[in-house]
Design a protein around this ligand. Structure first.
Ligand code: 13P
Length: 253
C-alpha cells in the first residue's frame, strides 16, 4: 500500500506573509485528512513563514529547487543544507519550467536528487514530455531517458517521489486523461522494476501533475498507478487545495 502524496507547487507566487496566511487556513481545513501526505512548496523567501505556519499540523513544507553543492561560489543559488535547516522536508527537482527556462538537464537532476537525499530530505523529481515529443510518438522514449539519466541511481531510495508532468498539461487547463496518465505511470513503474527490482517499483510513489483541479483529481487517482498529485494553480487557494487532499484520501481508502 502506497501512501498518497498531494504536493502544491506555488511557483513564483506569494510573499512570506501571504504564504503564512494560506498555510494557516490550509492547516485548519486538512486537520482531519489522514492517510495522505500533504506538502506545500512556496518560494524560498517564504519557507521560514511556511514552516512556522505549518508547525504541529499535517502539512509538510518543501522547496522548489536547490543547488547540488553544499556551499560554494554560485551567486543566487540555494544549497540543500540551507533548506533543511529551515525545517523544510521536501525539494522539487527537475521541474519542466527549470528544464525549459533555466538549463536544467537530466545530469543536473541526478546531482540535485543526490544532494537532497544526502541531506535526509525527500526529492520530488519531475519528468514529462513536451507536446512536440508526444505528437512525434516519443513520449515513452523521452521518459525512459529522463529516468535512466536523472533518477536511475536513486530509485532504490524510499524517500524519492517521482512526478509525471506532461509539459503540455501544465498551466493549460488541459489535464491528461486518466488513461493517458495511467499508461505513463504504469510504464514508469515497469521501468523502475527493470532498473531497481519489483519491490522498489511497488513502493515508489508516482504523482501526476498538470492542471490538476478538485474536479479532476478523483478520476486520476482512481487509476492504479497514480499515487497522488503535484498541483500548481489549484494549490494557491487553501480551499481548493484542501478539496484535492480530501478527494485523494477518498479515492485510495
Ligand atoms: P498547474 O497545476 O498549474 O497546471 O501546474 C502544474 C505544475 O507544474 C506543478 O508542478
Amino acid at each position: 500500500m502506497r501512501t498518497p502524496v498531494i504536493a502544491g507547487n506555488w511557483k513564483m507566487y506569494k510573499t512570506a506573509r501571504e504564504a503564512g496566511e494560506t498555510i494557516r487556513l490550509l492547516c485548519d481545513l486538512v486537520a482531519d485528512v489522514s492517510g495522505v501526505e500533504i506538502v506545500v512548496c512556496p518560494p524560498f523567501t517564504a519557507l521560514p513563514a511556511a514552516v512556522e505556519a505549518a508547525r504541529g499540523s499535517r502539512v509538510a513544507v518543501g522547496a522548489q529547487d536547490c543547488h547540488w553543492e553544499k556551499a560554494g561560489a554560485f551567486t543566487g543559488e540555494v544549497a540543500v543544507p540551507m533548506i533543511a535547516e529551515l525545517g523544510a522536508s521536501h525539494v522539487i527537482v527537475g521541474h519542466s519550467e527549470r528544464r525549459q527556462y533555466f538549463g536544467e538537464t537530466d545530469a543536473t537532476v541526478d546531482k540535485k536528487v543526490e544532494a537532497v537525499l544526502a541531506a535526509g530530505l525527500c526529492p520530488i523529481a519531475c519528468v514529462g514530455e513536451t507536446l512536440k515529443e508526444r505528437e512525434a510518438g516519443q513520449t515513452l522514449a523521452v521518459l525512459e531517458r529522463q529516468v535512466r539519466d536523472g533518477l536511475a541511481r536513486h530509485l532504490g531510495t524510499r524517500a524519492l517521489v517521482v512526478a509525471y508532468e506532461p509539459v503540455w498539461a501544465i498551466g493549460t487547463g488541459k489535464t491528461a486523461t486518466p488513461a493517458q496518465a495511467q499508461e505513463v505511470h504504469a510504464f514508469l513503474r515497469k521501468l523502475t522494476a527493470k532498473l531497481a527490482g519489483q519491490p522498489v517499483a511497488d513502493g515508489l510513489r508516482i504523482l501526476y501533475g498538470g492542471s490538476v483541479k478538485p474536479d479532476t483529481i478523483s478520476a486520476l487517482m482512481a487509476e492504479p498507478d497514480v499515487d497522488g498529485g503535484l498541483v500548481g494553480g489549484a494549490s494557491l487557494d487553501a480551499a481548493s487545495f484542501a478539496k484535492i487532499c480530501f478527494c485523494a484520501r477518498a479515492q485510495k481508502q
